[in-house]
Design a protein around this ligand. Structure first.
Ligand SMILES: Cc1cc2nc3c(=O)[nH]c(=O)nc-3n(C[C@H](O)[C@H](O)[C@H](O)COP(=O)(O)OP(=O)(O)OC[C@H]3O[C@@H](n4cnc5c(N)ncnc54)[C@H](O)[C@@H]3O)c2cc1C
Length: 463
């Protein structure tokens, strides 16, 4: 393949940001090497084959990504010993990608004549009587659409003004009837933050707008998240880049305000550019903080992430009318920051085309939002587990009769940095020459997966 530009680029991390940046920069002719400390691609958007996974391997992998199995049914050792996970591809926790088929991902893959097939869903709403699907009826849409549209398609100038306005304020202004419920639910689920005093109206509507680029708001790749990483990895190799798994970068060396090399075990390797895609708050574990302005160090260290408790339920059977559908719920007075907690119960993975579970078993994925601190507190997690189970029971009253196993992973770095009023996300440039940061911790369009991917696109556009 063409190698017109011989500048050498080191990318730290093979998550979605690192892999996307590597693919785009390799195509531009740079000599790219991606270093990943873990034995697998994908970072937090991780799919692992659970076949012959030992308890130790599983718990170690989870702990490397700030996660642990808070509960399971039966206990994890029994699940592993009885090989109940054979035939499953498990993510770190429940993932749904905003924008589905026409997502930001496929916009990138199109540049390489590639494509990932998605399952997609509208979003329904679980209430005490059962559920509504989709959430908004045509009548609802007619009533609330003018207000929503005004905000959704507001100019960037207006959205910037709304960046410092909390959703609580916006609800006071626009939140009547169903519009209030929509703002309460979508702003929480989009940002993975329950406390609406912290959620930024501008960021919420930008992210919401990004979701509407797809034909349906949420999607999940057929064959699991791993399909995405394998595709990007193949592209990188085709364009002459390389990926080194199990290889941690121990140090980013900075000389007179310029990033010059990385240390890997005892070797020092020189690069023209160094791109860090690990957790932003950990940047100074790998670099000398005294080389950065104090205000930058303070900002980065004070950034906070988001957390959640997921539920993976393997069921022997799921009612046909639920398969492929995704639902929101809101639990009032859940005893969490923000008082009410929002979550999702998702049957996209239960569709046979998802191909991430044995054909005779159905995987139902769910999650409920909490703060990173709450994700470590057993008592809060117990309550959140009850809420997940209760909402699944509203959809499938006898689900426990059909249960093969259940896992409840808790995570305290779901998003690297929450899109909230109190977190001012940094841009991809750093105060250090030739050092860039990408990932879901930096300022880029979308949330989570899309933010990480779009930060890589921003970077590639600069090169
Ligand atoms: C349980 C869970 C559920 C989620 N659900 C959703 C969802 O539904 N929708 C959504 O959009 N997003 C979701 N997310 C968020 C999404 O997974 C992340 O936003 C996205 O994967 C971040 O990608 P990234 O490339 O920025 O970072 P990461 O995926 O964290 O990748 C960084 C990589 O860098 C590696 N690394 C770090 N330091 C070094 C070093 N020194 N040397 C070498 N390698 C290093 C790490 O091992 C890692 O693989 C979820 C996350 C989790 C954990």
């Amino acid at each position: 393949m063409q190698q017109v530009n011989k500048k050498r680029i080191c990318i730290i991390g093979a998550g979605i940001a690192g892999l996307t940046a590597a693919a785009l920069l390799s195509k531009k002719g740079y000599l790219v090497t991606v270093y990943e400390k873990e034995p697998v691609l994908g970072g937090r958007a991780l799919s692992v084959s659970a076949d012959s996974l030992t308890k130790m391997e599983y718990t170690r992998l989870l702990s490397d990504y700030h996660s642990f199995i808070a509960f399971s049914n039966p206990d994890l050792q029994t699940i592993i010993d009885q090989r109940l996970l054979d035939g499953y591809l498990l993510d770190l926790g429940y993932h749904a990608i905003g924008g589905g088929v026409l997502s930001n991902l496929n916009e990138v893959l199109k540049k390489f004549d590639e494509h990932v097939d998605f399952l997609e869903s509208y979003v329904g709403f679980i209430d005490e009587e059962g559920y509504q699907f989709p959430f908004l009826s045509k009548m609802d849409k007619l009533k609330i659409l003018p207000n929503i549209l005004r905000l959704l398609f507001a100019s960037e100038k207006t959205l910037k003004k709304l960046d410092d306005v909390s959703i609580t304020e916006t609800i006071k202004r626009y939140g009547k009837g169903n519009m209030k419920l929509i703002l309460e639910i979508f702003s929480r689920s989009i940002t993975t933050v329950n406390n609406l005093d912290r959620v930024s109206t501008g960021e919420m509507f930008r992210a919401q707008r990004n979701l509407y680029r797809g034909s349906k708001p949420v999607g999940y790749p057929k064959g699991g998240l791993g399909v995405i990483h394998e595709k990007l990895s193949d592209i990188i190799k085709t364009y002459g880049g390389s990926i080194r798994l199990n290889t941690a970068v121990d140090r980013i060396n900075i000389n007179q305000g310029k990033a010059v090399s990385v240390r890997i075990e005892d070797d020092v390797v020189f690069y023209d550019y160094i791109i860090y895609s690990g957790l932003l708050q950990s940047l100074f574990n790998y670099s000398d903080e005294s080389a950065f302005p104090k205000s930058y160090v303070r900002t980065i260290k004070n950034l906070t992430g988001t957390g959640s408790l997921s539920g993976y339920y393997s069921l022997s059977d799921v009612p046909n009318e639920l398969i492929g559908k995704t639902f929101h719920f809101i639990e009032r007075n859940a005893g969490v920051d923000g008082n009410d907690a929002v979550g999702m119960i998702d049957f996209m993975a239960a569709a046979p085309e998802a191909s991430i579970s044995p054909s005779q078993e159905k995987l139902v994925q769910a999650y409920i939002i909490c703060t990173p601190e709450e994700a470590k507190q057993k008592k809060v997690l117990q309550r959140l587990r009850q809420i997940l189970d209760k909402n699944l029971a509203r959809l499938i009253p006898d689900y426990d009769q059909k249960l093969n196993w259940a896992l409840y992973p808790s995570v305290w770095h779901l998003d690297g940095v929450a899109k909230t009023i109190d977190n001012s996300k940094p841009s991809i440039e750093t105060p250090i020459q030739n050092l860039y940061v990408i990932g879901d911790g930096v300022k880029a369009m979308g949330i989570g997966f899309n933010c990480a991917l779009n930060s890589a696109r921003l970077l590639a556009n600069q090169f």
